[in-house]
Design a protein around this ligand. Structure first.
Ligand SMILES: CC(C)(COP(=O)(O)OP(=O)(O)OC[C@H]1O[C@@H](n2cnc3c(N)ncnc32)[C@H](O)[C@@H]1OP(=O)(O)O)[C@@H](O)C(=O)NCCC(=O)NCCS
Length: 281
């Protein structure tokens, strides 16, 4: 299937995102097209993804210019592809178009938030794009009414995507792949959190390991529908594991999958930042 990405520059094209927002999340969280247009006029980006021959877009991406840690970056607020067009490569094409927009502006980092328990998003963001996360936010957006998020605290990773780095180009071209989860297990990488059957089973806290694993459910949306209290148990257990590890300086740098469908984040210690000016003699 072939598709193209068009940049939205007027109100009519920004308005084309609204039915997709409704379909994917529901009307409660829609970003008004007027606000999108104002953002587009101030360095932001709305990309519409069309499957060739179709009159209405099959997906979109939306982000705005931000400042973080004294530097400009692009914050990507929404990415959505209609269900029937998922798995086609359109989502990746939308992120690439957004990346090109940012590189043209001289911006080399994009960022967004994601629910760390969504395995598809973890695979897409970490595995296919090459993001990493070093911040965990409890209940970031508060209780959300939409169909993907209703009923649970909206804990989020703040993921960062270094779009100027060689590794990112290689990931996008499919030339660099994350290792398999079985490989990490065979090397003895320890779990901070793993599944025991359906249930989360927290393990010992970090104690200086060079690599750690945090398992997540393979289908969190399905789990929420089946058993809301077990989904909350996972939310709390994952929160405990990530807060503990990130608090000790670890970052999540990969999402590893096993042939049987299990998936786990790989955590490594971040390089330490210098605490002050170097001592001079
Ligand atoms: C997020 C979204 C835009 C991605 O688009 P997509 O077409 O589904 O993405 P892709 O198929 O290119 O990539 C998803 C990957 O996850 C994999 N995947 C699917 N289900 C999975 C699961 N349960 N566990 C692990 N990986 C899974 C897919 O196989 C694919 O990997 P592959 O290409 O190696 O096979 C789309 O799913 C969507 O609109 N979701 C709802 C809105 C949303 O969550 N937006 C993003 C907020 S950060």
């Amino acid at each position: 299937m072939s598709y193209r990405v068009e940049t939205a520059t007027d109100i009519a094209s920004c308005a084309l995102t609204v039915p997709i927002q409704d379909e994917v999340w529901s009307g409660d969280v829609a970003v008004p097209p007027q606000l999108m247009l104002a953002i587009v006029h101030n360095g932001g980006f709305v990309g519409l993804g069309y499957v060739d021959g179709a009159a209405r877009p099959a997906g979109f991406v939306f982000g705005f210019l931000g400042i973080y840690d004294y530097h400009f970056r692009h914050h990507s607020h929404m990415l959505a592809v209609r269900r029937e067009h998922r798995g086609t490569g359109l989502a990746l094409a939308l992120k690439e178009a957004q990346r090109d927009h940012c590189l043209d502006q001289g911006i080399e980092i994009m960022a967004w938030t994601m629910d760390p328990l969504e395995a598809l998003n973890a695979r897409f963001n970490f595995g296919k794009l090459g993001t990493y996360a070093r911040e965990y936010h409890r209940d970031f957006y508060g209780l959300m009414p939409d169909k993907l998020n209703a009923g649970l605290p909206s804990d989020r990773f703040y993921v960062e995507w270094p779009i100027g780095m060689d590794r990112t180009y290689k990931r996008l071209r499919g030339e660099d792949h994350p290792p398999a989860l079985e490989g990490a297990e065979a090397e003895g990488v320890r779990y901070l959190l793993r599944a025991a059957g359906d249930r989360p089973a927290p393990q010992d806290p970090p104690s200086g390991e060079s690599h750690l694993l945090v398992e997540i459910p393979s289908d969190f949306q399905g789990l929420k529908r089946r058993d809301a209290s077990l989904a909350l148990e996972w939310r709390i257990a994952a929160r405990g594991a990530f807060e503990e590890a990130f608090g000790q300086g670890y970052a999540a740098v990969e999402f590893l999958r096993a042939a049987d469908g299990r998936g786990a984040y790989l955590l490594v210690p971040q390089p330490r930042r210098a605490e002050g000016p170097a001592e001079t003699k």
